[in-house]
Write a protein that binds this ligand. Structure first.
Ligand code: SME
Length: 167
């Protein structure tokens, strides 16, 4: 495992440098839990503005907490509840500029101000979500959405090839 190196200061530049390093990390990993754990680590250590980075994974019709980096979080989220459950229900990425403005937002950390949730599909089925929080208002925009969706797509392709991809 190589050390992650980023030289850019602007957001798109950082994502562009991160992409090949993230791809090689994903390609080398054969274990689902290790893959997801390192994926959260690479994002958390790259972006200072990310306070929490983690997965919620579909299990028995609910979302359960997966590998993450950050403070202790709630273990179960019902589909349709919170930002994560709503993202699964809609099958689309959700950006919340101010969590207090989102009815039903589930607060795991009272310091959290904004959030992005990206749904992940594997073998054409919903697999779970990537959830990222920030202590800054409006931390996430279309640059994050495009780049994180791309990274999640690359991740999902890898997940579908693992023989132990069941949660
Ligand atoms: N805020 C999320 C819950 C998970 S924590 O942010 C880690 C939600 O509303 O679904």
């Amino acid at each position: 495992m190589k050390e992650i190196k980023i030289l850019s200061n602007d957001k798109q530049g950082i994502y562009s440098e991160l992409l090949p390093q993230c791809e090689s990390l994903i390609k080398e990993e054969r274990e689902l839990v290790s893959l997801l754990a390192n994926f959260t680590a690479i994002l958390k250590q790259t972006f200072d503005s990310f306070s929490w980075v983690g997965f919620y994974l579909i299990k028995n019709g609910r979302l359960i907490l997966g590998p993450f980096q950050g403070k202790v979080a709630c273990s179960v989220i019902e589909i349709g509840k919170g930002v994560c459950g709503t993202s699964v229900q809609k099958g689309e990425t959700i950006i919340i500029e101010d969590v207090d403005e989102f009815p039903g937002h589930i607060a795991c950390d009272s310091g959290s101000r904004s959030e992005i949730v990206i749904p992940i599909f594997s073998n054409n089925k919903i697999f779970g979500v990537l959830d990222i929080d920030s202590y800054k208002y409006s931390n996430f925009d279309s640059v994050d959405k495009a780049n994180l969706e791309n990274l999640c797509y690359i991740l999902s392709e890898r997940i579908s090839k693992l023989d132990n991809s069941k949660v």
